[in-house]
Ligand binder design. Structure first.
Ligand code: PAF
Length: 310
């Protein structure tokens, strides 16, 4: 695997691949790679001719009191893992390469970015949208792989690609979980053994919410309150939000009907975790919309969330 740290070199490398008729797969990450990221790389390898993973801890998407400085960084390990999963290129620029001067341009995606993470982390999605647009501008036409673990981020990226007519095919991939249900996240590394145990309540709450939807509950507030009450019963865990939304608009509908996305965010000690799960009201047909892959309502904890379409 070739490690590249300049914009010019990456652009030239990917242009050469496309000129030779090869399809490019892009896997944007902030490093601290785990099995979730590697599942994206493997999927990209299966679907593209050449895969480039990127590792850049993006300062634009961290708030002033967030964990930018503490965010785990280990490029050698990331490079070994990305290469093992089949990436041919790793783009790992320094901040000075990506931002030689203070940027004056911000990409703001209205609508889907506004609730939940957008409300709790002001400016976060502007930072994500700006860096992702920049990575797409550098990489050029490609298929880009993102995890459903960051479901709202995936919606923001899809929206900006549509709005700006970027030559990128966005592929959402199912969340990878430990066998006990905990969604893999680079931030899990901050948890003590006890906190990790407490953090399992997020997935338990989502599964209970999904079961309620599958059993016929159509009031989103009732489902959200059920999930919140389950999280509240875990003393170590402070709920930020629990939501039951339409997976396309990310808004709470008047009544749940068909595909539903359940999302939770909570602090476990000082670590903020998010998770989400697809659910479906009884009798609703599975969604085979290419751009909005959803999953079944009652899938229990497994290595990878079940996905019906992509
Ligand atoms: O999901 C992430 O790791 C980041 O938000 C991303 C998409 C790489 C942008 O920095």
């Amino acid at each position: 695997m070739r490690v590249i740290d300049t914009v010019t070199e990456l652009r030239a490398a990917l242009d050469a691949e496309r000129a030779a008729g090869r399809a490019v797969g892009l896997v944007p990450t902030m490093g601290a790679l785990h099995e979730g990221h590697l599942s994206l790389v493997r999927r990209a390898v299966a679907e593209c001719d050449v895969v480039c993973a990127t590792v850049f801890v993006n300062p634009l998407q961290f708030g002033p009191h967030e964990d930018f400085d503490a965010y785990p960084r280990d490029l050698d390990t990331d490079a070994a893992l990305a290469a093992g999963a089949g990436a041919a290129l790793l783009f790992a620029p320094l901040t000075a390469e990506m931002f030689p001067a203070e940027p004056c341009t911000t990409v703001h995606v209205a609508g889907v970015s506004e609730g939940m993470e957008g409300a709790s982390r002001p400016g976060h999605f502007d930072g994500v949208a700006t860096i992702v647009t920049k990575l797409f501008a550098i990489a050029g036409p490609c298929r880009a792989y993102f995890g459903e673990k960051d479901f709202q981020q995936l919606a923001v990226v899809r929206q900006l690609v549509r709005d700006l007519s970027l030559p990128v095919d966005v592929v959402g991939c199912p969340t990878v979980r430990d066998v006990d249900g905990l969604a893999l996240s680079s931030r899990n590394a901050y948890l003590t053994a006890e906190q990790r145990q407490s953090a399992l309540v997020l997935h338990r709450a989502l599964c209970a919410g999904a079961a309620a939807v599958a059993a016929g509950e159509t009031d989103p507030a009732t489902v959200a309150e059920l999930m919140a009450s389950i999280v509240a019963a875990e003393p170590e865990v402070q709920l930020d939000y629990a939501e039951a939304v339409d997976p396309r608009t990310l808004r709470r509908p008047a009544a749940l009907d068909g595909e539903v996305r359940l999302l939770v965010a909570a602090r476990v000690g000082t670590t903020r975790l998010i998770d989400n799960l697809g659910a479906r009201t009884p009798g609703a047909a599975p969604n085979h919309d290419h751009h909005h892959p959803e999953q079944g309502a009652t899938v229990p904890a497994a290595r990878t969330d079940h996905q019906e379409s992509h």
